[in-house]
Ligand binder design. Sequence first.
Ligand code: SF4
Length: 363
Amino acid sequence: MSNFTIKKVLVEEGARKRAFTDEVLSKLPGIPVQHVKGITSATVSDELDMGKDTLHLLSYKGEFLKPCPGTREYICCGYQILNVATNCPINCSYCILQSYFNQPNLRVFANLDEKIDQVLKEIDSKPECIFRVGTGEFTDSLAIDSITCWSDLLIPRFSERKNAVLELKTKTTQIDRLVAGKYRDRIIVSWSLNSPYISAHEEHKAASLKKRLEAARQCQSEGFVLGFHFDPLIPHPHWKDEYLRTIELMDKYIDPKGIIWISLGSLRFMPGLKPIIRRRHPGSCVLDGEFITGLDGKMRYFKPIRIALYRFMRENLEKWHQNLGLYLCMESDDVWQKSLGWSPKNTIGLSSYLDRRVVEIFG
Ligand code: SF4
């Protein structure tokens, strides 16, 4: 069961008469459908809800596979985003997508089935590279999988490739289609985790932490490799006790030997997000800390605070298990050294480290 519902479907011209669109509509009987030409005042809903209950089907004209938008100033992981949709129904208060995209609604690309072969051709043309691909950067990978069936389209195709892995990142328990399928190889199912307090108060339509970890346990027992992401870590009252509780829950549910990687990142955002959080989430605590402007123009916590967060997480995660593939998201060499005790030095170094994890786990 998901925590959110679709109340309206918009179908742009380019998405009409497509098998994908027909499939989606068949899964939403009784939901009003409106045919539209593009973004008009009729397609834009209330600014506050950002159209998170409106499914907007369109044909995407851009590149489906693109590098994660890292910045030169920090060490990036060399990830590739498979751009299946933009915006997300989970509605986390801290979500950077609130200011990243200037168009509302759950925008789902109805021509993915037509373009996926092109993506795979690109992957196949570079057998010497490992493509770490994920669908969970611009939306939640599984939140609407029961409607879009992305996993049916993508999992078999990625599972049979030796130079790629597909990571499905979620805060939900929507794993039915995954576990019902027969494919496991080269697929990583990942959960974004936070402290119990942040999960309950700031991740509005996400599954509870316990439910997320129960779903992760089920995936693990069904043979899937797992990943976890603590991003954004947020200092809040009793944060150490709070994050320890999450690690204790992980210990209760998960065998750490089946984890490919765990990323750590701290809250960072372009200044334009601040007024949006204040307006959309007036009770939120995520802006309570002190922020500085980083080299990439984003607001971040002071360096000593970031180091304290990462060091604490590293020490306690490594008490649980030594070999978890820990890495930092968008941090500098000295923050790596001071918090994890080593550094990949640059984006090439971090990419090689994560590629080695892929080879260790999948062969
Ligand atoms: S789950 Fe991720 S993409 Fe969705 S609202 Fe939360 S932070 Fe944004």
